[in-house]
Structure formats: structure tokens, C-alpha cells
Design a protein. Structure first.
Length: 205
């Protein structure tokens, strides 16, 4: 019984660590009519995450969530409805303490950077969708675009834009099943939860 309590306590400590110092990644999906949907990947519990957008950094609007999936390594995959526009600033933050977890700005439509941004996102997201499909074969996510760019596939992440990482286990030992690896792995294993440092999440060079 003491061993079980010890394991449970360590698991709670690990969960709290993920809450206090969350890993957060955001994927931007170009959709029709110059609108964008998002996938927020975070180690924080989805119920504690708020996604907001602003056109002027003064008036902020909540972005609605369409679905949430549980991934490997206690990661949450938060899918939004299409609501982000060119020029919007997007912020992901903790609902409870308003702590900033992630922020970025979509380029204005009138800029030359805008089309390059769309093309880069489409390429990266094609790789991301393949990664998601391999992890959640029963929860396949689809998108309305096709890739318009090409490039050499990243040799480190093999085109997914993500690499494996490790999370603290606080002395807990053992193994767990990883659907991404299709194998038993050490408890510290976190599948695809780190942006690839080689291609910076694009999946290609």
C-alpha cells in the first residue's frame, strides 16, 4: 500500500510540475477566406488554458475550442474553430493566474510576408497531421488545404516538426506504453512533445 501511495504522490508531483511549467506549442492552420484555426499542444490541463486574440492589443476576444484530445506524455491537443484573422495577435494563457504561455502574431494580408507565412504553415501542418494520425488513428484530424511548398525533409524529426523529449519522473521508475513509438518506453519518455531544433517545427529545410 505504501508503494502505491508513493507512486501516486510522484505522479501528482509530475502533473503539478507540468501545470506550473507547461510545455506549449501552437500550430496555425490556414483555412478558406483568409481565416486560421489553431491547434494548441500543451502539458497543462486543457480546462486551465484560455486562447484569445486581438486586432489592436486592446480589445481581446476568446477563441472557441472545437475539440480536445489527450496525447502521449500527458499532453493536451486543443483544436479551435476557425476564428483567427490576418494581423491578429494570439495569446495562450493560464485561466487561473493569467500567466502567458505562448503568443504570436499572424502577418497582415497586405505584406509580402503573409503568403510566405501561409506556405510555411501548410507545409509544417501537413507533417503535423501525419504525426497526429500516427498517434491517434481513431481520431484523425483533417484540413481543407493542400501543401504548396516543397523542401528537403528534416533528417532529425523526419518531417513531423517534433522530436521526443523527457519529462521528470521524480525518482519513479518503470515503463509505459507509447502509441507513437508502438512500444513500451521509460516513464520519462515524452513522444513528440518538443519542437524540432533543426527545422524549428517546419519539418523541412
Amino acid at each position: 500500500m505504501n508503494l502505491l501511495n508513493s507512486i501516486q504522490k510522484q505522479a501528482e508531483q509530475q502533473e503539478q510540475e507540468a501545470e506550473n511549467n507547461p510545455v506549449t506549442i501552437v500550430r496555425v492552420f490556414p483555412e478558406a477566406n483568409d481565416r486560421f484555426s489553431l491547434v494548441v499542444i500543451t502539458s497543462k490541463k486543457a480546462r486551465n488554458v484560455e486562447i484569445i486574440r486581438s486586432e489592436d492589443d486592446e480589445n481581446w476576444y476568446k477563441i472557441d475550442v472545437s475539440s480536445i484530445l489527450a496525447g502521449a506524455g500527458s499532453m493536451s491537443y486543443i483544436f479551435t474553430t476557425t476564428s483567427v484573422l490576418p494581423g491578429d495577435r494570439v495569446t495562450v494563457r493560464d485561466i487561473n493566474n493569467q500567466k502567458l504561455m505562448y503568443t504570436f502574431t499572424v502577418p497582415n494580408k497586405e505584406t509580402t510576408e503573409y503568403q510566405n507565412y501561409i506556405n510555411e504553415q501548410r507545409q509544417a501542418n501537413r507533417n503535423f497531421l501525419s504525426f497526429m494520425n500516427s498517434m491517434n488513428s481513431g481520431n484523425t484530424q483533417t484540413s481543407t488545404y493542400s501543401s504548396t511548398t516543397s523542401g528537403a525533409v528534416c533528417s532529425l524529426c523526419h518531417g513531423t516538426g517534433f522530436i521526443d523529449d523527457e519529462v521528470p519522473t521524480y525518482g519513479q521508475t518503470g515503463t509505459k506504453w507509447c502509441p507513437g513509438c508502438n512500444a513500451n518506453v521509460p516513464l520519462s519518455h515524452c513522444h513528440g512533445c518538443k519542437v524540432c531544433p533543426s527545422c524549428r517545427g517546419k519539418g523541412h529545410y
